[in-house]
Design a protein. Sequence first.
Length: 391
Amino acid sequence: MQAIELIYFNAGGGHRATAQAIESVAAELNMPWDVRLVDLSEVLDPRDAFRNATGFGLEDFYNGRLARGLSFGLRQELRLLQGLIRLGHKPIVARLRRHWLRSAPDLVVSLVPNFNRPLYESLAAALPGVPYVTLLTDFADYPPHFWIEKGQAQHLICGTAAAVEQARACGYPQGLIHATSGMIIRPAFYRGIDVDRRAARRKLGLDPDRPTGLVMFGGHGASAMLDIARRLADTQLILVCGHNRALTRRLRAMPSAAPRAVLEFAAEIQHYMRLSDFFVGKPGPGALSEAVQLRLPVIVTLNSGTRPQERYNAQWVRENNVGLVLSNFRGIHSAARELYARRREFMASMERIHNQAVFEVPRILEQILHAGRRCGRAHGARPGGVAAVWH
């Protein structure tokens, strides 16, 4: 049985969800693998030194900013973070190298941005020939040094044509670029479950026949939901606040002319998407992909407060005609009316999108492992090298 390590962290939540989806499908496909989910934060800071010194973790700071809607300045903070990673490159590589020597994986898949150079270099130093894969969990890269690092003899898995072109522009040969039909989402979004929408809506206290919007801003919510709820006071809504209890309380206390359900964290978000007619939120890759998979037209924003790595996602919405992109949510009321009036047009566009990425990725990883074993036998080395493909 071959050991595959999926490297994730909890900033934003989508990285871990992607790892769990791959793990789940690999088990369903009976892949002969020992799939290990590895939290990069625990490897780099196992004793919580940063948290003990400051009272909070780096992921807490990031997720807290998102919950408060403080996305301004993230571009500058990203470049600062990347600078700190470069300054700490040697100790980061040393700690990761010790991890690889202990865990001895046969394949490493990175689901995180920013750290792909130290991850790659440490693996190459500790276990030469073990394949290294970066799987982009964003629709596109945000160069430099975000997802795609130049000059690394590694594999890239890209979910959009734009990301594939970025990989080519960085000099990656075709044999190291693997295109999928979209972003990875959980297998639950593919299951044909018959839902009695009218009964399920009644259970939530909603009108079973009224058009319903789902408002969601990731696992930690966002203060923008308050403004959206005010402006859509006459629209039936399901508002999912994630782990943000303060936001949940404020939304539940807000007057409304239409029925609404305000929920905290919802593990089965696909259930609430199936009860809805459209989606409102930030242009996150996971939520967008989930909404499109369940044929929900979307309303998102693109402005100076949009996270840098998510700016292309809004462009993708326009290019694929799956919803509306606003400069801000002040026009959400008229946008919701327009969206509902054009729902057949948007539905037709979404029907042309067939995202099977979660089932494609295990097969891609299987091919990489097989090619590595063949290369290893030919050169008498540990299986895994990709130098022949790179050159």
